[in-house]
Write a protein that binds this ligand. Structure first.
Ligand code: NAD
Length: 268
């Protein structure tokens, strides 16, 4: 396998659905042992992901935590370390949307999105970095002490009317990621992000499930198709492997050209 992740341990948050689920499967396919995070009420989904991984010859186990909760995140990482020995790769993926016209946006809508999408990444990256530092280098396993991939969005760059909370959370992720990359580069911890465009998952079902919605969506995407979860999982594999060993503090936009101002094509 070109990604060479055997002997490494990965934790994927929000791994019961969409991008996280596909990423957990891809990391296991590349040889990593994978901790599949789920939140309250999703244990069966996590077990199903682990069963799919096992059926394909991989190794995985479900780990519970609501990423907003400090004690739960810390015990999720402790459980992963107790079971698999350590942690090499974190994919901080859990996220949600609570859109609303701004004048009607409740403090609860605001806090929910910031707590999951931004504070959740703070808690998970901190717990992972503590484990990387505790463990120390394993040059036979990876050139890096640890690798973190933060799931951001094109909305770290593209403003999003009616989803100011979401855009603010992803803008926060971008500078959290870069600040961690700067702080921990001397420790050989690499921290990067992925900015997906529109990917076919439950989070944005309304944007793709009818033909009319899909046609509207496609006007935003020069490449002419919606993204699939495998498009993002493939980018995670590269960022998690030594193939990207000299890269840190970057955001990979995987968006079919969505961030290229497609409405300017042919304009003027
Ligand atoms: P999804 O709804 O299919 O998956 C989100 C996952 O996060 C689920 O497994 C859910 O259980 C989990 N989650 C939510 N709150 C949680 C919490 N408090 N604790 C633990 N887990 C929690 O959506 P997706 O599209 O796969 O989204 C994954 C990530 O990708 C998100 O961060 C999202 O913002 C980002 N993203 C998605 C798209 C897209 O078009 N689908 C585009 C850009 C960015």
């Amino acid at each position: 396998n070109p990604y060479g992740l055997s002997g490494q341990v990965a934790l994927v948050t929000g791994a019961t659905s969409g991008i996280g689920r596909q990423t957990a499967i891809a990391l296991a396919g590349a040889g990593a042992a994978v901790a599949v995070n789920y939140r309250d009420g999703s244990r069966q989904d996590a077990e199903a992901v682990c069963a799919d991984i096992a059926a394909a010859g991989g190794t995985a186990m479900p780990v519970h935590a609501d990423v907003r909760e400090e004690a739960q995140v810390d015990s999720m990482v402790a459980e992963t370390v107790a079971h698999f020995g350590t942690l090499h790769i974190l994919v901080a993926n859990a996220g949600l949307e609570r859109p609303a016209p701004f004048q009607d946006m409740s403090l609860e809508d605001w806090r929910m999105v910031i707590d999951v999408n931004l504070t959740g990444q703070f808690l998970c990256t901190r717990a992972a970095i503590r484990e990387f530092l505790r463990r120390g280098m394993q040059p036979d396993i990876s050139h890096a002490l640890g690798k973190i991939v933060c799931m951001s969005s094109v909305h770290q760059r593209i403003p999003w009317a009616f989803a100011a909370n979401y855009a603010a959370s992803k803008g926060g992720v971008a500078l959290l990621m870069q600040s961690l990359a700067q702080e921990f580069a001397p420790s050989r911890i690499r921290v990067n992000a992925i900015a997906p465009g529109a990917i076919r998952t439950p989070i944005n079902r309304k944007a793709w499930e009818t033909d009319a919605a899909m046609q509207e969506l496609l006007t935003l995407m020069p490449y002419g198709r919606i993204g699939e979860t495998s498009d993002i999982a493939n980018a995670v594999l590269w960022l998690a492997s030594d193939l990207s060993d000299y890269m840190t503090g970057e955001t990979l936009f995987v968006d079919g050209g969505m961030s290229l101002y497609p409405s300017f094509r042919g304009a003027g």
